[in-house]
Design a protein around this ligand. Structure first.
Ligand code: FPP
Ligand code: MG
Length: 319
């Protein structure tokens, strides 16, 4: 266990160094904005999953290409968040004022473009398979963000379509991380297993986040109860509630031009009565269990146990 911690943590330090170096631009304002966002933190879940997937395939060699791809996916992720904050008019990101808030949307577009380019350049230093996997995940990210925009205020959105949106926005990049890890380890035959692990981890994470939004757990989410509902985003809990008797209430709520705090509380109460929380919990558990199951072809190892621990760290656990 200790050697895993040492390897993983020293590789993550290398990733951090490369992230900091990648913020440098000839334009001082770009460097400043990039450093503020990239170095503000973040859980670094994507590079961690990539490195652990590599190690779970039995690979131990510290490859510079792997560190580059891991930093690359984190830079691309940060780019998408900077752009998402323009679209959402997000105020806070990683505990600091969002770039669009601090510097305005025009400069935030440019920062997102810069970070995306820096990230893709790192990923593109590798072979064609890594470029293909990273590019496919980026395409899903853009498609998912647009699909979500089009689904705003739609209480009739199907759960299947919603799951496709969160697949594109969250699960597809994690799937790519698992696949890239297997590829670097020379175990392309394990790409499907580690890709499925990343995908179901992402889906379980997003649905449990939706559940926390319904239950209200600001200490964990950093957001007040019902934030998704307030912004008109129909999440898994809202859609499950709409399927279970709260449909008229959700339609009425989402159709309102002005939503008061009382409206929000009444909608949340209707969802609670519909049993949406229990169903969302079951859905999150199902994907968490599928993430665990996906790893079954891989032999036991400290890295595999750490991947399993990532599933157990979710607010909902597999049954
Ligand atoms: C956060 O969503 C946003 C994403 C995970 C993806 C955003 C994707 C784009 C803006 C497309 C751009 C694509 C590329 C490749 C540059 P959220 O609003 O649900 O989460 P939040 O609460 O963290 O804001
Ligand atoms: Mg957002």
């Amino acid at each position: 266990m200790q050697s895993l911690t040492l390897d993983l943590e020293s590789a993550m330090r290398d990733v951090e160094q490369l992230l900091a170096a990648s913020c440098s631009s000839d334009e001082p304002l770009l460097t400043e904005m990039a450093r503020r966002m990239v170095l503000a933190g973040g859980k670094r879940i994507r590079p961690r999953i990539m490195l652990l997937s590599y190690m779970a395939c039995g690979a131990r060699q510290a490859l510079p290409e792997l560190i580059e791809a891991a930093a690359g996916i984190e830079l691309i992720h940060t780019a998408t968040l900077v752009h998402d904050d323009i679209i959402d008019r997000g105020e806070l990101r990683r505990g600091v004022p969002a770039t669009q808030r601090e510097h305005g949307p025009d400069r935030a577009i440019i920062l997102g473009d810069f970070l995306f380019t820096q990230g893709f350049l790192l990923s593109a230093r590798q072979d064609a398979e890594v470029v293909r996997l990273t590019g496919a995940a980026c395409r899903k990210l853009a498609e998912g963000e647009l699909k979500e925009l089009q689904a705003l205020f739609d209480a009739d959105l199907s759960l299947e379509r919603y799951m496709d949106i969160i697949f594109c926005k969250t699960a597809a990049p994690l799937e790519a991380c698992g696949r890239v890890g297997a590829h670097f380890a020379g175990r392309d035959e394990w790409q499907d297993a580690l890709g499925a692990y990343g995908k179901h981890l992402g889906l379980a994470f997003q649905v449990s986040d939706d559940l926390l939004d319904l239950r209200g757990d600001p200490a964990r989410t950093g957001k007040p109860r019902g934030t998704d509902l307030r912004s008109g985003a129909p999440n898994a809990a809202v859609l499950l509630g709409a399927r279970n008797g709260a449909r008229a209430k959700m339609q009425e709520f989402l159709a309102k031009r002005v939503r008061t705090e009382e409206d929000v509380q009444a909608a949340l109460d209707a969802l609670a009565r519909s049993g949406a929380a229990q169903e969302a919990q079951r859905l999150a558990e199902e994907h968490a269990a599928r993430a665990v199951e996906a790893l079954s072809p891989l032999p036991d190892s400290p890295a595999k146990r750490e991947l399993l621990a990532q599933v157990r760290a979710l607010p909902v656990r597999p049954a």
